[in-house]
Design a protein around this ligand. Sequence first.
Ligand SMILES: NC(=O)c1ccc[n+]([C@@H]2O[C@H](COP(=O)([O-])OP(=O)(O)OC[C@H]3O[C@@H](n4cnc5c(N)ncnc54)[C@H](OP(=O)(O)O)[C@@H]3O)[C@@H](O)[C@H]2O)c1
Length: 306
Amino acid sequence: MILYIGATGHLGKAAVQELCKRGHKVRCLVRGGADTSQLKNLSTEFVYGDACTKESIRKAVAGTDTVMSSFATNIAKDRRTTHLWQNDYEGNLAVIKHAKSAGVKKFVFISYWGLAKFGDFEHGKIKKMVEDLLAVSGLDYTVLRVTSLATDMSLLLGNTLQKKGRAPILMKRHEKIRPILLEDLAWCMADCLTNPKASHKVIEVAGEEEYTFMEFQELFSQALGKKVRFIFIPLPLANFIAGCIDFVTRNQYNARGLVSAFTGGSTCDITQMQQIFRLQQGSFAQHLKDYFTTGHIVFQEPRSLS
Ligand SMILES: NC(=O)c1ccc[n+]([C@@H]2O[C@H](COP(=O)([O-])OP(=O)(O)OC[C@H]3O[C@@H](n4cnc5c(N)ncnc54)[C@H](OP(=O)(O)O)[C@@H]3O)[C@@H](O)[C@H]2O)c1
């Protein structure tokens, strides 16, 4: 039995679907009021509770041999750093502790690729600390460090471009991005359970297609069938504005840290990923085209290379 935490999120839904497709039994720890409609037709169990509440975790983890954690505070909705620490750090810490004492064997954790690079980004610091906890937990773990989810690009950036024809960007024109499709990441997560090469590993994962932000802009224009443009914000200006926000809010949001996370591109070397996961990834360009043609996310069937 697998305990999945974060199942009602964009990635969670795709991951639970992939796990069920492979015949795994999945239990989801979901918060009261969360939208579970897309999970209801999958044969999953639900435990209602919160990953920050010991009683919920204890109930959810009982009888499971695997825990998958992709739960996180949605920073588009709540950027307060104290909340991030309470939810994302303390929640994962409690889950790891309970998993260990309940005899769980395997822990899969979704981390963030930029954390080594952007030292002052709260999300990154928390992810790194959870990674370190897992490394000394005695559990078999796989950490997947994600660059950018394709859905963030289509749903957030894409929708803004569709509505307004332009969107502000903190990356530079020549910097690069490799968004990963949810279905491909979900495939890797499920593969971690049986793939010995993924055992006790921190693996950087990203899409196969890499674009500069100028190419990215062109891709959106093609998918939308109209010319759209990025407004490249100079970093000193972004830092000045963020510094003012931090001053006025007494650093409640660590806006400068957040700016640092959205600069410098979002790409990584995927050689290790390709050696571990024998997966032919789908196309981000196709993902965008499908999204703007149909109005919803269309999954491409991940193809195993073995
Ligand atoms: N977006 C990106 O580009 C990106 C890049 C790198 C890494 N990541 C990582 O990828 C992972 C998945 O992202 P996503 O886009 O799927 O996120 P998402 O759509 O915001 O989903 C977050 C999920 O976490 C759940 N959650 C949050 N706090 C919880 C708690 N205390 N107890 C139980 N459930 C809780 C939410 O439940 P509710 O439905 O109740 O809100 C939701 O199911 C995250 O770990 C994120 O940090 C994302």
